[in-house]
Design a protein around this ligand. Structure first.
Ligand code: ADP
Ligand code: MG
Length: 623
């Protein structure tokens, strides 16, 4: 029998290795950025085309390579960073495996130009699918420039597997941010299709964070510093009141390398205990320095997890350091030496009595009067009424009063209005006649709407029911006909991180269908001039933050699931909450709207919306 085992040719081995190192354009960016940093670069520029699928180019001013090194750098296990296994325990570089360039060159068209400072002339190498096309002397400045074109050109399955440009760009920005947050002393820039996404000058940690996440960030940061024998912590946490609804601003760096650690994240969250609102995530940018010997360095190149020797001690130190910082900040918020004194109230204004602002009220205004559609299509009229109730200016006149009493006022108004509820409720509840006195529903515990059925009782969860109604409405407006928007008097400018902006861009068309109008989209903010009629201006920021968070947690695979996710997220945020008092009209409209839905019995999250209690069961209970 013939022997059957043979060694794989290099280019096949490289392609297999590449599958592990390079999953998407962002992985290339990460590897190349790390090489430039290891090469001591002070300035690093990144250019990408079509989310890196067409081109990724990184230009640095690091040490460069000799002619021989340039050629060798593409060999597998070729590295200048370690020479023996012992070196693994005192690693100060990001790379050490010597796999990245070989892997990338196996699955793309790569061109390397490099020159050391001391050399007269540089080297240019072209390599495609592990095969050297040319190597020649060339004129280039000191440092290294690598361009990677047509990633996965020879692995169509991989190429097809890539997500939309918007999603891939988000991954790239993620990697870019992680690396640049870890190295504020290096200047970075990122240009996408000739549009500049980031221009980060050399600076300190605080400024780098602010440059990346937007101008508002600076005032939110509380410094954290702690030095112990096993660990040094520096960096910042966000003030609790600025905690976000997304996990987007949570960064751990261990020895200048971004890592994810659910365990350490728990330590931070524990330090914030009692300070955060429900479902809010604290921001943090924490830089940990530990002895390289105490961490498992053999981590996989693409993994961000890490193993520490003494995790429990790290947990305790981290938690108490953050607690301490938060405590200091809480007791001494006025000791802010950086504050510009000219911003304080001028002395001569200090003792002036504050005058009450004048508010003009149209006492004849009746929000329901002109609503002719009231007994018609229940869903639309419900929306319109709801909007008026929650957004009309007069509502703010009641601030300070109990919400109950303001609703009672509204109740009185509503009672004075003539309208026919019979028609709608009539066909809903079959033969049962509903009294005109609107006593057909009532609210229990500010959470449930109770209504009667022909032979029983109906208990509806108000939040779930409204979520279902809005969900179907939103789906319709995204896919069939755009919803109306209400114009804002003044444009609303909301700040987001550039990653969040990229995400918003990906769903902007769908959002506009629901009634949002985006008049301007910048790298760190959006300007909104129109919003859905069912939303009030003050809710918009929360709504979009929640949306971003939902999209971060669940990346939709296709258009259909994107629409679905969008509708679900908005519906959930826009729906009335439990705890909200609803007047009779509102209750009725929820009931009617719900039963006009295609699938009234379940929320879009597959939770039951209502239960029925048949008379027989009630009777059993009285036996
Ligand atoms: P590793 O980073 O693990 O050593 P790579 O395949 O990423 O492996 O790189 C191989 C070698 O090529 C590096 O060890 C380094 O000597 C050289 N190299 C790569 N990129 C650069 C660069 N931008 N500037 C200078 N040398 C580089
Ligand atoms: Mg490397």
């Amino acid at each position: 029998m013939k022997d059957v085992i043979h060694l794989l040719p290099d280019h096949v081995a490289n392609q297999i290795a590449a599958g592990e190192v390079v999953q998407r354009p962002a992985s290339v960016i990460k590897e190349l950025l790390e090489n430039s940093i290891d090469a001591g670069a002070k300035n690093i520029q990144v250019y990408i085309k079509e989310a890196g699928k067409i081109l990724i180019q990184i230009v640095d001013d690091g040490v460069g390579m000799s002619i021989t090194d340039a050629r060798l750098s593409f060999e597998r296990h070729a590295t200048s960073k370690i020479t023996s296994a012992q070196d693994l325990f005192s690693l100060n570089t990001k790379g050490f495996r010597g796999e990245a360039l070989a892997s990338i060159a196996a699955i793309a068209h790569v061109e390397l130009k490099t020159k050391r400072d001391q050399d007269e002339i540089g080297t240019c190498i072209k390599i495609e699918g592990s095969e050297i096309i040319s190597q020649e002397a060339c004129v280039t400045k000191a440092g290294t420039s690598i361009s990677v074109k047509n990633l996965f050109y020879n692995i169509p399955a991989r190429r097809n597997f890539l997500k939309s440009d918007a999603v891939e760009t988000r991954h790239i920005i993620d990697e870019f941010q992680r690396v640049s947050l870890a190295h504020p002393h290096i200047a970075f820039s990122l240009v996408h299709n000739s549009g500049e996404l980031f221009q980060l000058p050399e600076t300190n940690y605080r400024q780098r964070i602010t440059n990346i996440l937007g101008g508002k960030t600076n005032e939110k940061l509380v410094p954290v510093n702690e030095e112990t024998e096993i660990l040094t912590i520096s960096g910042f946490v966000g003030k609790p009141e600025y905690a976000k609804r997304t996990r987007g601003e949570q960064f751990f760096f261990v020895n200048d390398r971004f890592i994810k650690s659910p365990y350490l994240n728990h330590a931070v969250t524990a330090a914030f205990e009692g300070l955060l609102k429900d479902k809010a995530y604290p921001s943090y940018f924490l830089y940990l320095k530990v002895d390289p010997k105490s961490i498992d360095i053999n981590i996989h190149p693409t993994k961000t997890e890490i193993k520490f020797d003494d995790e429990h001690a790290l947990y305790a130190i981290l938690r108490s350091a953050i607690k301490h910082s938060l405590g200091q900040f809480n007791v001494a918020p006025v000791l802010d030496f950086e504050r510009d004194p000219s911003m304080d109230t001028p002395y001569n204004y200090e003792n002036r009595p504050a005058s009450t602002p004048q508010v003009e009220v149209d006492r004849n205004f009746n929000p329901f009067k002109n609503d002719s559609s009231f007994s018609g299509n229940s869903v639309t009229s419900f929306r319109n009424n709801f909007k008026k109730e929650s957004t009309a200016g007069w509502e703010s006149l009641y601030t300070g009063l109990q919400s109950e009493s303001s609703n009672m006022n509204l109740d009185a108004d509503v009672k004075a209005i003539e309208f026919e509820s019979e028609e709608v409720t009539g066909n809903l509840f079959g033969a049962q006649k509903v009294e005109k006195t609107q006593n057909s529903t009532f609210q229990l515990n500010k959470k449930f709407i109770i209504s009667t059925l022909k032979n029983g009782m109906l208990v509806i969860d108000q939040h779930r029911a409204h979520t279902r109604i809005l969900y179907e409405e939103l789906l319709k407006s995204i896919t069939v006909s755009a919803a109306l928007s209400q114009q804002l008097l003044f444009p609303l400018v909301l700040r987001f991180s550039s990653n969040e902006i990229e995400l918003l861009k990906g769903i902007m068309d769908a959002l506009e269908q629901t009634g949002f109008i985006f008049s301007e989209v910048k790298v760190d903010s959006v300007e909104i001039t129109g919003i859905p009629t069912t939303v009030s201006e003050s809710e918009v920021e929360m709504l979009l933050e929640q949306l971003i968070s939902d999209f971060e947690n669940e990346v939709p695979e296709n258009n259909f699931s994107q629409t679905d996710l969008l509708a679900k997220s908005l519906a959930k945020s826009m729906a009335v909450k439990s705890g909200n008092l609803l007047n009779d009209t509102e209750q009725l409209h929820i009931v009617n709207g719900l039963f006009a839905c295609k699938e009234p019995s379940l929320t879009p999250f597959n939770k039951p919306v209502f239960i029925t209690l048949p008379v027989e069961e009630l009777e059993k209970k009285f036996m």
